[in-house]
Design a protein around this ligand. Sequence first.
Ligand SMILES: Cc1cc2nc3c(=O)[nH]c(=O)nc-3n(C[C@H](O)[C@H](O)[C@H](O)COP(=O)(O)OP(=O)(O)OC[C@H]3O[C@@H](n4cnc5c(N)ncnc54)[C@H](O)[C@@H]3O)c2cc1C
Length: 483
Amino acid sequence: MPKFTVAIIGAGLGGLLFALTLQKFAPDVEFHIYESAAQLSEIGAGVNFQPRTWFIIRELGLDQELLQIAGNGERPNMAMVYRKADQKEGYTFHITRDDEAENWTFHRAELQKVFLNNLHAPERIHLGKRFVSYTQPDASTGQIEVQFQDGSTAVCDLLVGADGIKSGVRGAMYTHLEEQARNRGEEDKALLLKSCIPASFSGVVVYRALVKLDRTNGALHGSNLLMYCGKDKHVVAFPIAQGRLLNIASVVTNPALSGTIHEGPWRSRVSREELIEMHKGWEPAVEGILKVCVPVRLAMTTVAYVPTQDVDESGWSKWAIHAVNQLPTFVDGRVALLGDAAHAMTPHQGVGAGQGFEDAYVLGRLLGQPGVALGNIPVPLKMYDEIRRPVAQNVAARSLKSGQLHSFIAPELDAISPNLSASGNGPTKEQLGLVAEMIERVKDWRKGTTVEKDCQAAIQRLHEELGQTSLALDTETAVSSHV
Ligand SMILES: Cc1cc2nc3c(=O)[nH]c(=O)nc-3n(C[C@H](O)[C@H](O)[C@H](O)COP(=O)(O)OP(=O)(O)OC[C@H]3O[C@@H](n4cnc5c(N)ncnc54)[C@H](O)[C@@H]3O)c2cc1C
């Protein structure tokens, strides 16, 4: 008999990792995953994990399997090489220190396949179920009813929205919170809560492709994580799929468009010629990669995603990057948000999925604690919100800053030289040393921190709170029995 049931909306990387955490650390909690897609397939290309994320992978016992499909094989150390590249003769201005360069890179689809294969009860994944809304009773134990687009419903004791950046669960939760504020006569608060529903355009556009690594003809600067920096844009490249493929992205930022409504689709296609034109005058490595590399079309085999032909006629994919506004809460009663639904961020630190995994891991561990039961679900959710929200939102702000630094448009650059962030050429060779220091400082939240520490802090607070709650209940009972 399960202690309670969880409905997870969304079978993306975050939702699946949450299910895997419950499976291992909260076996007495029954979960079901509801996914809108009729079949599961990850879109996008490469994804990069850093040590905080890898810790979770290890805890879930997935590390050995994932090392088989990592871009860098069993060699976790991939230095990040930063080059000033928007000129004919580029040069390296910074390389991350070896002991800070642990990275594991993957093809998303391969990753998703490993996650799915490790779920013991695949029948708990319900495909073709598009979440529309939910009804949460006021009482702390009545079941939550979830409504789907096809007219069907499901019930659960805890609802977790892992349904990505356009999250319907976030929409339903914040509509409810907005209504409550309005009913209390708090119009300003109601407007603020309403503004949390849509994601905002970040002013960043990312052009992505996967190319066969052997097509690069050694044009790259080693098999590292490469960051070719230039004014207003930068190009990131790293190997995935055991070095068979190169994940490449050109990131273009227009800060004036940040927070505006993006006209047009969030994802579209552009030709290779457009990419080449955009990087005219860049160092030969960048121009060279764009010229010789053509996006490959991929197909799933039983073992892995492999290129099926050289040319993907549809060209490069263009992503208008949106981000979720800083939410005042990730939870409401027995409903919680996780992953991109809670904090979709710009991709400049390569940790968006990792932050979703941290949500999933901390929440799953909390729910598995002794003392957590149907009657007190809001208590672990409160701890989850208190521990995870500040971390994820801090990382999101820092990620945005990293992108501005990589594209030499961060206002902080003006401290090096007045109006440097707005000037046409970007920093000089002498100034780039200071830029490198800023780049490292923005990433230093990772130093000396671990997910386990955060998790233990959340668990300790949970037990304190549960102790206090039971004490309060005991006192209440004692008082009422005296009356
Ligand atoms: C260009 C780019 C590069 C990135 N690089 C990295 C990186 O290197 N490292 C890293 O850690 N992160 C990276 N990220 C971030 C990462 O991709 C996301 O944070 C991560 O994929 C989010 O996972 P998720 O499961 O929360 O959401 P999603 O992957 O969006 O999954 C949501 C799931 O919910 C389903 N769904 C949606 N709506 C409904 C509904 N109404 N009902 C039911 N199901 C629904 C969707 O079909 C989907 O399966 C990058 C992002 C971008 C854009």
